[in-house]
Design a protein around this ligand. Structure first.
Ligand SMILES: [Zn+2]
Length: 175
């Protein structure tokens, strides 16, 4: 979902072609500095050719393979990497959509729960508090809180393409 920048309508004001953020400076090819590295990596990955090692740019670390299994494993590794990169781009798009829209108590509760779990808290450590945020906070207040919490969750380092994630996928989807 693309939005119009609140800063005016001059021609250099542009929104990222992926996430639609009007506030993030455009890095290249219409992507903001956050989305561009992922989009570029996706482009590289889509060009991988198992028989041309020079095409294997941004091949994920730790994905060693047995030459005997290469023919079978390579397409799965490539497919998995493409899927994860697309998920990452979608995550940025959804996030900006969320930030530009209405924030309700449930959104704040979910964000707090997510942060708590990242910090090692139990899933049920936070009581249900949707109503507290809906009743005691105005929309503007919820939005401010949600944005601040989002800044924290987004500062958590992305795991990237991991062998563990690949194996999990293989085990769960292809089993
Ligand atoms: Zn972007």
């Amino acid at each position: 979902m693309k939005r119009t920048s609140s800063k005016g309508s001059s021609s250099h004001d542009a929104s990222c072609v992926n996430c639609g953020s009007p506030d993030r400076p455009i890095k290249a090819k219409g992507y903001c500095a956050r989305c561009y590295p992922i989009a570029l990596r996706l482009e590289h990955t889509q060009g991988w050719d198992a028989f041309q090692p020079t095409t294997l740019r941004d091949y994920p670390k730790g994905f060693n393979y047995s030459p005997n299994h290469w023919e079978n494993d390579f397409p799965r590794i490539k497919e998995h990497t493409i899927r994860e990169l697309k998920k990452r781009l979608l995550h940025f798009e959804r996030l900006e959509e969320k930030l530009s829209g209405r924030i309700d108590g449930f959104d704040v509760e979910q964000k707090l729960r997510h942060l708590g779990m990242q910090a090692g808290a139990k899933r049920n450590a936070l009581p249900r508090c949707t109503e507290i945020f809906d009743r005691s906070f105005t929309l503007k207040q919820r939005k401010i809180l949600f944005k601040l919490l989002t800044e924290m969750t987004e500062s958590i380092k992305w795991d990237g393409i991991t062998l563990r994630g690949f194996e999990w996928h293989i085990g769960n989807v292809e089993a």
